[in-house]
Design a binder for this molecule. Sequence first.
Ligand code: NAP
Ligand code: ZN
Length: 352
Amino acid sequence: MDQARAYSAASATSPLQPDTIQRRATTDTDVQIEILFCGVCHSDLHTVRNDWASFMPTVYPVVPGHEIVGRVTAVGPAVTRYAPGDLVGVGCLVDSDHTCAACQADREQFCPGGVFTYNSPDRHLGGVTYGGYSESIVVDERFVLRVPKNLDLAGVAPLLCAGITTYSPLRHWKVEAGQKVGVVGLGGLGHMGVKFARAFGAHVVVFTTSPAKAEDALRLGAHEVVDSRDPDAMAAHAGTFNFILDTVSAQHDLNAYLNLLTLDGNLTLVGAPNEPLPVASFALLFGRRSLSGSLIGGIAETQEMLDFCGEHGITADVEVIPIQQINEAYERMLRSDVKYRFSIDMASLRAG
Ligand code: NAP
Ligand code: ZN
């Protein structure tokens, strides 16, 4: 067993601060990774603040981080896919039961025995799993991803959650050229949703509560930007969208977006505010519209997404921060002031 430097929060009201955690010795099928960058997801903040107490209560201390990019430092004797020196990624999942219908269908994210990268029961050491705000991690090779060599690593890290969480529903709902697609909220997930929807050929419209982001939205690939707090601007798009991806992290009015869908249009939620969001039945009935959700993506699909990003030169737009600035980064994320993902340079942890 190894000790690793990390940042943890001791309670829902504590700041993240330096800590030391245990990492398991590599088992036969494990890959040991030196973490180079870790993206900062709004789910990290929800978990640290125990926002999801009613569904997934946080066990403290918590070490968040599930957008991990690093270099392999050691592998167990049965590992076949990776060798020391390889650049790799780890996302939100570190284990599953490998036998259920979801696992058989390469949808490990829906496995009832799935283990998340942090705040999940740790089958090896007891307690809960610890995430990527840390200098190292040990992960079964089946949950380790290959990172394209041609991409900037700080911008690759967010692909492991923000990337796959937007790629997967856009693929599932078969977004393609000729469709009109909305992305609600221009944060970490939203800006990746814009890049992918554009790469898949759709006409992309961003809905934002931050009109100052309009220019960036167009640069990121949107064709149009709508101030979602302007009822006239919203009404101008009524009944016209094939698909809308909602990435908003807080309470908001879903019906305003359902009314923008065309016949058989779908709105998929990936944003995860804790409180229920009221749905007006008539917003669904007229137009046979549907409302659904989506959770990250399976391992094979995550690899497909990373390979797609390698081929198309897609990465997240990041603000690289030292880990010492993580608490300030959380406050900025709460103010929707992120351009468009924080990526922690983990050299700062080793230096500190
Ligand atoms: P983020 O970077 O903070 O972006 C969220 C965006 O939502 C903000 O930038 C803002 O965009 C908009 N927003 C925030 N508060 C709002 C409000 N009160 N009303 C309307 N819009 C508001 O967060 P993120 O990392 O992209 O994550 C977004 C959500 O997805 C979180 O709830 C997170 O937990 C969840 N998530 C889900 C999955 C999954 O598998 N389903 C995976 C990862 C994350 P504008 O400034 O443009 O309005
Ligand atoms: Zn995430």
